[in-house]
Design a protein around this ligand. Structure first.
Ligand code: HPA
Ligand code: ZN
Length: 370
């Protein structure tokens, strides 16, 4: 696979000479017509420098690492071998995935385990073109099985601290809360994270969406805002468009994770476009969790055409068939996504990140914006 060198190609990319962090050029960018979008591109996919904004670190536990950690920690897995484990990766919906995702976390016991998992992700992400990553961790999923909060946070954070020097990937850590647990549990863990001065930049909301609406977590998000933390939430993955509205209105989130079901509500789409609300879309995840039937039917092209601020992310790459580069390759080959759109998705990811302006400018320059 070629590496993106930042040099605009004739006719291939939008004009890239505007001010780096201005959003006006993005909003005004022309949309390729349907005929152009339908052409399947057979050229090699170029690796674009991107920010990964929707990534669960526990979802990067590859089967081989699950077995290696189980052996190191003397844990007996309910699978005889890798093939038997991989045979479980046929999901029917979000919950069927979550059941396996939480079960496999049993192998994460020590700081070293969390560090090894994080290092493996960063190494793979760097090879995928990721230059900035905002990484979610699920502290409650570890505390609830007896792993101290410090073990999990310090294990991940110790690797993130050297990530820019080691992998060229700047990082931020986001504590995600499990929406199928109580708000009291979330508040309790958030207070502990604040008390230990955990290096978190924000909070998120994940796990089983339907039946656990944003309204359940108003106090949690108010507390996070008061503590100066960024706020994001999964919404509109399996849940209805109203959950996206409520996450914005009741939780004051700055980004929506997934958000694909916004397409069922034209008024909501209009609002999201007007406000440039970032939606961190995860195409391969949506297919594997059956939120959409096939990649060919994924709403991403329609979302781009509507002018939504979308980015491409991997969610739980070890479970869903690929990292960010795999998502881009499949989008290009299956949906014929143009280079114009791929550059737009990459610049959306950088602009929608919580990185500081200096880092954003640096990464946009790598993408060809100067
Ligand atoms: N959706 C909701 N919660 C999650 C996911 C997801 O895709 N991955 C890990 N936790
Ligand atoms: Zn997710």
């Amino acid at each position: 696979m070629e590496t993106y060198d930042g040099a605009p190609e004739p006719g291939g990319v939008p004009a890239l000479s505007d001010a780096p962090i201005s959003e006006a050029d993005e909003a005004a960018a022309p949309v390729p017509d349907a005929e152009e979008a339908a052409v399947v591109v057979e050229q090699p996919v170029k690796l674009l420098p991107v920010a990964e904004l929707h990534l669960h670190i526990e979802g990067t536990l590859e089967p081989e690492l699950i077995f290696a950690l189980a052996e190191r920690n003397g844990i007996e897995l309910p699978y005889a071998d890798l093939d038997e484990l991989r045979a479980c990766y046929e999901f029917t919906d979000l919950q069927s995935f979550l059941d396996l995702y939480y079960a496999n976390m049993a192998v994460l016991q020590t700081e070293q385990d969390f560090a090894d998992m994080t290092r493996a992700y960063l190494e793979r992400a760097a090879a995928a073109g990721v230059r900035h990553a905002e990484i979610m961790v699920d502290p409650q999923a570890h505390v609830s099985r007896g792993v101290p909060l410090e073990t999990c946070v310090n294990g991940v954070a110790s690797v993130l601290a050297n990530s820019l020097a080691e992998f060229g990937v700047s990082t931020l850590l986001i504590a995600a809360f499990l929406r199928d647990l109580s708000e009291e549990s979330a508040l309790d863990v958030l207070e502990q994270l604040l008390a230990m001065n955990a290096p978190i930049a924000g909070i998120g909301l994940d796990s089983a969406e339907v039946g656990n609406p944003p309204a359940k977590f108003e106090r949690l998000f108010a507390r996070a805002k008061e503590a100066g933390l960024h706020r994001i939430a999964h919404a509109g993955e399996e849940g209805p468009p109203s959950y996206i509205i409520d996450a914005l209105e009741l939780l004051d989130v700055e980004r929506i994770d997934h958000g694909i079901r916004c397409m069922e509500d034209p008024e909501l789409v209009e609002h999201l476009v007007a406000e440039r609300v970032p939606l961190t879309v995860c195409p391969l995840s949506n297919v594997r969790l059956r939120a959409v039937d096939t990649l060919a039917e994924h709403p991403l092209p329609a979302m781009l055409a509507a002018g939504l601020n979308v980015s491409v992310n991997s969610d739980d790459p070890a479970y869903f068939g690929g990292y960010v580069d795999d998502n881009f390759v499949q989008l290009q080959t299956v949906l014929g996504l143009s280079e114009f759109d791929r550059v737009r998705l990459a610049s959306n990811s950088i602009r929608s990140s919580f990185a500081d302006d200096e880092r954003k400018t640096e990464l946009l320059a790598e993408l060809g914006y100067s």
